[in-house]
Design a protein around this ligand. Structure first.
Ligand code: NBG
Length: 823
C-alpha cells in the first residue's frame, strides 16, 4: 500500500449519514435489527458509529505526528479515572445534536441509550481523575501526547451497603464489551521479572539480566478527542497476557493445571486496580503492575513511536515522561537499563539523558503515603533495577557530601535507600533525584513540599521545585454535566469559555442582575430535581425538594474529616431534640455523602457505617418534618458526580490544613455555583483568594497553627470537656441513640479515637466549623444574596481549568508546543 494513502473519510456530520452509520453498526456489527436490538446493542452500535467519526481524525493525528516528529508528552499514570465516554465523544466531535435527532427519528432516546454505559473506573479518586482531565486538555490544546497506563480488568470496586456497612463487589466493567478500545496484539511487548544479573566483561556499568519469568503486555488504544479541533490523541493501556512459549512448554509436558496456574499468575498483573488511596499497600503485585506498565510504555515509545534509527542522545527533545506520583518511578532505572545494557551506552551518557527525560508530580503530604519498596522485594523482582538504583544513589550521595561536607545526618535523610525500619527504596527520593522538575499540585502543597516533605532536596536544588495548581476539564464538568448553566453562560458571553475558561470572568457584572440571578436559580432548581430523580431511580433515596444541597464527596479518609461533618449533623440534630434550636429556625438541608473506603481501612468503614446510622435515624424522625435529610448513595463515581455537582449549593472541603494536597472536587463545585465551606488547605486557599472572603465560608486552623498545636501537645479531651455542644453531640453518638442502643463497635471506636487521639484534630476545629455553618444557614435565607455569591464563584474560578494547568506544564516544565491540525 502506498504509505501516503489517506485514511477513509469520516461520514458526513448529517442526520442521514449518522443514521446510516448507526444502523450499519447495529445490523452488521451487532447482528441484530432495530426491533430486536437490546439496550446494550444500541449502546454499542451508537458508540461505534461515533467512533467512525473520530477514527479518521485519529489516524490523521497519528500521521501528522509521525511526519512532524514534534516533542511528545507521555503521561505515565497507574490510574485514569475516565468516566463515561459516549457523551464526551459526541460533544468533542460536534455530533451531540445530530445523534439526538437521528435517534429520535428512529424512535430512540439518546439519554436512555447513554444510561447503559458502564464507566471505566480505572482510578481511585483525585489522582486518577486528574490524569483523565489532563489528557482531555492535552488533546484540546493540540499537544502531541500519549497517556500510558494499565487496562485493569476490574476497576475500583463497586460499593454497596448492607445494614449500612460497606460491602465491596468486583467491578466487571468489561462484561458487556467496551466499544472504546482497540487492541493491538501486533504491538505487544514482553516484560521480564525476577532472576539474577551477571557481569559483562569490559563494559562501563553494563550487566546482563537473566530474568526468570516474562509476561506479554498487550496494548489497548483509546481515543482521546480534543474539543472541536480535529485532534484525537491516544491513551494506551496495557493488559497482561501469559507468554505463549512459557505456556506451551508446560502444557506440552502434560501439566495442564500448572499451565493454567502459570497463565493466571501472569495475567493477574492487570486483573484489578488496587483500591488504595493515599496509603500504598506494600504488595508485590503492585510493584509488578508498576514495572509492567512502565517497561511496556518505554519500549513502546522507543520502538513504535520513534522512527527507526532515531538518535537517542536527542531523546529529551522528543519526549518528557511525566511521572504521575511515584507509581511509575521505576521507569527511571528502566531507561538506564535500556540505554546501558541494551544499547551499550556508558553510565554517564545514560544518566545525562535520563535526567532530562523525566519530571515528577507529587500528590500527597502524608508521609505514610510516600511509596517505599523493601530492598528484599525489589531485588527479588527486579534485580538489575536495584543495582542501578544503588549506583544512582551512590553518585547522588557524593553530590550531597560535596555540598554539605561532614553532614552525615543529612546524607542519611536524603538517601534513596532508607535503612530503617528495613532497607527500602524511597521512590519519591528517586523521582526527585532523577526528575528535572518536581511539582506539587496547589500553591500551599508545593510550598509545604519544599519546606517539609522534600525540604533537603529543595535546599540543594531550589530551581527544580515548582507548583502547578490542578484543574478540571470544563468540557465534562460544566459543559456536559450542567447543560442548563452552560446554556445560560453561553447566552451571556458566547461559547468561547468552553476552551478558555478565564472568559467566565465576563459573567461578573451579571451577578448584580436580578433577572440573571433568577434564571441561575432556576437552573440550580432543575439540577436538584434531576438529582432527586436519579437518586430515586438509582438507589430509592429521597431528598427534600428544594432544600439546600450540602455535599461532601471524596474518598473516605480520616484526614478529610468526614467525621467532623458527621459531628456537625449530630450536633444540629441534638440541638433540635434538646430544644436548644427551634425547628422552624433550621434551613431545610439535604446532606449528601459519597465516599468509598479502602477495603482494609477499618476506621474509614466504621465512619461509613455511622454516617448511615445517623442518616437513618434522622430520615425516619418525623418530628423533624423533613427539614433535615442525610443521603449516602453507594458507589459514588464519575457518572454520579456529573449529576450531583451541578445540583449542590454547598461544597464541603474540610480537611485538616496541611493535609489535602489540592482537591479537585472543590474546583468542580465552585465552577458549578456551589459555595465552599472549607479550611485553608490545598487548592481551597486559591479558591478563596479568587472568589473573595465574602463568597467563601472559611473556618479552622491554618497549617502553621495546626503544626504548632501538634508540637505543643494536642489534647482533644480538653475540647470535648470545654465545649458543651461538642460534648452533647459526642455523648449522643456514644449513647447508642443512632445504633439501636449499641454503644460498642464503631460507636465506641470513633468516640475513643476522637476524644483520645484525634490525629486530624477534628475537635479542635469543631467550634469554628459549626460557627461557620451557622453563617451558611443565615446566608442561605437570603436567596438573592446567595445567588449573587454563587454566580461570583462561577465567574471567578475560571483559573481552575485543566487547560490552564496543562498550559503551565507546557510553559514551565515540558517545553513542548501545540501542533495545530489541518482543520
Ligand atoms: C491526591 C490528593 C488530592 C489531589 C489529587 C490530584 C493522591 C495520592 N493524591 O488532594 O489527595 O487533588 O491527588 O492531585 O491520590
Amino acid at each position: 500500500m502506498n504509505p501516503n494513502t489517506p485514511p477513509v473519510a469520516a461520514p458526513e456530520i448529517t442526520v442521514e449519514s449518522f443514521t446510516r452509520a448507526f444502523l450499519r453498526e447495529l445490523n452488521f456489527g451487532q447482528g441484530v435489527d432495530l426491533d430486536r436490538a437490546s439496550a446494550n446493542d444500541k449502546y454499542l452500535a451508537l458508540s461505534r458509529a461515533v467512533r467512525h467519526y473520530l477514527t479518521t481524525r485519529w489516524l490523521e493525528t497519528l500521521r501528522n505526528q509521525y511526519r512532524d516528529q514534534a516533542k511528545v508528552v507521555a503521561y505515565l499514570s497507574a490510574e485514569f479515572l475516565l468516566g463515561p465516554q459516549l457523551e464526551n465523544a459526541l460533544l468533542a466531535s460536534k455530533l451531540d445534536e445530530v445523534a439526538r435527532e437521528s435517534l429520535a427519528n428512529l424512535g430512540l432516546d439518546l439519554d436512555e441509550i447513554r444510561a447503559v454505559e458502564v464507566e471505566p473506573g480505572l482510578g481511585n479518586g483525585g489522582l486518577g481523575r486528574l490524569a483523565a482531565c489532563f489528557i482531555d486538555s492535552l488533546a484540546t490544546l493540540n499537544v502531541p501526547s500519549i497517556g500510558y497506563g494499565i487496562r485493569y480488568e476490574y476497576g475500583i470496586f463497586k460499593q454497596t451497603f448492607v445494614d449500612g456497612k460497606q460491602v465491596e463487589t468486583p467491578d466487571n466493567w468489561l462484561r458487556l464489551g467496551s466499544p472504546w478500545e482497540i487492541p493491538h496484539p501486533e504491538n505487544a511487548v514482553e516484560v521480564a521479572f525476577g532472576g539474577r544479573t551477571e557481569a559483562v566483561e569490559g563494559a562501563d556499568g553494563a550487566r546482563r539480566w537473566i530474568p526468570d519469568w516474562r509476561v506479554t503486555a498487550l496494548p489497548y488504544n483509546y481515543m482521546v478527542p480534543g474539543y472541536h479541533n480535529g485532534r484525537v490523541n491516544t491513551l494506551r493501556l496495557w493488559s497482561a497476557k501469559a507468554t505463549h512459549e512459557f505456556d506451551l512448554q508446560i502444557f506440552n509436558a502434560g501439566d495442564y493445571a500448572e499451565a493454567v496456574r502459570a497463565r493466571t499468575f501472569a495475567e493477574n498483573i492487570s486483573k484489578v486496580l488496587y483500591p488504595e488511596d493515599s496509603t500504598p499497600q506494600g504488595k508485590e503485585l503492585r510493584l509488578q503492575q508498576q514495572y509492567f506498565f512502565v517497561a511496556a510504555s518505554l519500549r513502546d515509545f522507543l520502538e513504535n513511536v520513534l522512527p527507526d534509527g532515531y538518535d537517542l542522545t536527542k531523546l529529551p527533545d522528543r519526549i518528557t515522561w511525566q511521572l504521575n506520583d511515584t507509581h511509575p518511578v521505576i521507569a527511571v532505572p528502566e531507561l538506564m537499563r535500556l540505554l546501558i545494557d541494551e544499547k551499550g551506552w556508558t553510565w554517564d551518557d545514560a544518566w545525562a539523558v535520563t535526567q532530562k527525560c523525566f519530571a515528577y508530580t507529587c500528590h500527597t503530604l502524608l508521609p505514610e503515603a510516600l511509596e517505599v519498596w523493601s530492598v528484599d522485594l525489589l531485588g527479588r523482582l527486579l534485580p538489575r533495577h536495584l543495582e542501578i538504583i544503588y549506583r544512582i544513589n551512590e553518585e547522588f550521595l557524593e553530590v550531597v557530601r560535596e555540598a554539605y561536607p561532614g553532614d552525615e545526618l543529612r546524607v542519611r535523610r536524603m538517601s534513596i535507600v532508607a535503612e530503617q525500619p528495613e532497607r527500602a527504596i524511597r521512590m519519591a527520593h528517586l523521582a526527585t533525584v532523577a526528575g528535572f522538575k518536581v511539582n506539587g499540585v496547589a500553591e500551599l502543597h508545593s510550598q509545604l513540599l519544599a519546606e517539609k516533605v522534600l525540604h533537603d532536596f529543595a535546599e540543594l536544588w531550589p530551581e527544580k521545585f515548582t507548583n502547578v495548581t490542578n484543574g478540571v476539564t470544563p468540557r465534562r464538568f460544566v459543559r456536559m454535566a450542567n447543560p442548563g448553566l452552560s446554556g445560560l453562560i453561553t447566552e451571556a458571553i458566547g461559547d468561547g469559555w468552553v476552551t478558555d475558561l478565564s472568559q467566565l470572568s465576563r459573567l461578573e457584572p451579571l451577578a448584580e442582575d436580578p433577572e440573571f440571578r433568577r434564571r441561575f436559580r432556576e437552573v440550580k432548581g432543575a439540577n436538584k430535581r434531576r438529582l432527586a430523580e436519579v437518586l430515586a431511580a438509582r438507589d430509592g433515596l429521597e431528598i427534600a425538594g428544594d432544600a439546600m444541597v450540602d455535599a461532601m464527596v471524596k474518598r473516605l479518609h480520616e484526614y478529610k474529616r468526614q467525621s467532623l461533618k458527621l459531628l456537625h449533623i449530630v450536633s444540629m440534630y441534638e440541638g433540635v431534640k434538646s430544644g436548644r434550636t427551634p425547628l422552624a429556625s433550621i434551613t431545610p438541608r439535604t446532606f449528601v455523602f459519597g465516599a468509598k473506603a479502602a477495603p482494609g481501612y477499618v476506621r474509614a468503614k466504621e465512619t461509613i457505617a455511622l454516617i448511615n446510622a445517623v442518616g437513618r435515624t434522622i430520615n425516619e424522625d418525623a418530628s423533624l418534618e423533613g427539614r433535615l435529610k442525610v443521603v449516602f448513595p453507594p458507589n459514588y463515581n464519575v457518572t454520579l458526580a456529573e449529576v450531583l455537582i451541578p445540583a449542590a449549593d454547598l461544597s464541603e472541603q474540610i480537611s485538616l490544613a496541611g493535609k489535602e494536597a489540592s482537591g479537585t472536587g472543590n474546583m468542580k463545585f465552585a465552577l458549578n455555583g456551589a459555595l465552599t465551606i472549607g479550611t485553608d488547605d490545598g487548592a481551597n486557599v486559591e479558591i478563596r483568594q479568587l472568589v473573595g472572603d465574602d463568597n467563601f465560608f472559611l473556618f479552622g486552623m491554618t497549617e502553621p497553627e495546626a503544626a504548632d498545636l501538634q508540637a505543643k501537645g494536642y489534647d482533644p479531651g480538653a475540647y470535648y470537656e470545654s465545649d458543651p455542644e461538642l460534648k452533647a453531640a459526642l455523648d449522643l453518638l456514644a449513647s447508642g441513640a443512632f445504633t439501636g442502643g449499641d454503644k460498642g463497635g464503631a460507636v465506641a471506636s470513633l468516640f475513643a479515637s476522637l476524644t483520645e487521639r484525634d490525629r486530624f484534630m477534628a475537635l479542635a476545629d469543631f467550634r469554628s466549623y459549626v460557627d461557620a455553618q451557622a453563617k451558611v444557614e443565615e446566608a442561605y435565607q437570603d436567596h438573592e444574596e446567595w445567588s449573587r455569591k454563587a454566580i461570583l464563584n462561577v465567574a471567578r474560578t475560571g483559573f481552575f481549568s485543566s487547560d490552564r494547568s496543562i498550559q503551565d506544564y507546557l510553559d514551565r516544565i515540558w517545553r513542548a508546543e501545540p501542533v495545530t491540525q489541518n482543520h
